[in-house]
Ligand binder design. Structure first.
Ligand code: GDP
Ligand code: MG
Length: 167
């Protein structure tokens, strides 16, 4: 499927985006994969995942990033969605405490606080985010799909972490 490197190795990592509805998962992915942001919240239709090429330590890594089709609204994310995943980004909205409280319910690898451009209506402090991540042994980062803060970095951290674990 993918291009192999000189040692015949191939890196294809499935990564899933999870978190409550409307936290900005689809926009993080569109920012990362196409550098696009959409102000209209609409349920993700069509494509199940986007494949993004990332170079890590001279190796070509294919990150296959899966987005939900809105089923998280009904807490109906199936095991098929997670199957074969190497990593996950758990996203919450820093302006909605309930989405932060839900983080514990989502399976965890990574923990991303999105919409950090909305500092004036923040409801979850950076300290709370960091504390939860530490408690659960996760990475923590705040991002903004709107102004692109830390978006590439968040995806790169999870991809790099997987790479380090498999190579
Ligand atoms: P999803 O349901 O988790 O996929 O969330 P969406 O990506 O559909 O985003 C939900 C809403 O939040 C949309 O109206 C987006 O425009 C908005 N949104 C997403 N990311 C950000 C962000 O980083 N900052 C701000 N201010 N709004 C965002
Ligand atoms: Mg979505």
């Amino acid at each position: 499927m993918g291009k192999e490197d000189d040692r015949g190795e191939e890196y294809l990592f499935k990564i899933v985006l999870i978190g409550d509805s409307a936290v900005g998962k689809s926009n993080l992915l569109s920012r990362f994969s196409r550098d696009e942001f959409d102000t209209n919240s609409k349920a993700t239709i069509g494509v199940e995942f986007q494949t993004q090429l990332v170079e890590i330590e001279g190796k070509e890594v294919k990150a296959q990033i899966w987005d939900t089709a809105g089923q998280e609204r009904f807490r109906a994310v199936t095991s098929a969605y997670y199957r074969g995943a190497f990593g996950a980004l758990i996203v919450y909205d820093i302006t909605r405490s309930d989405t932060f409280e839900s983080v514990k319910r989502w399976l965890q690898e990574l923990n991303i606080g999105n919409k950090c451009d909305l500092e004036d209506i923040r409801a979850v402090s950076v300290e709370e985010g960091k504390a939860l991540a530490e408690e659960e042994g996760l990475f923590f980062m705040e991002t903004s799909a709107l102004d692109a803060t830390n978006v590439d970095k968040a995806f790169e951290i999870v991809i790099r972490e997987i790479f380090n674990n498999v190579s």
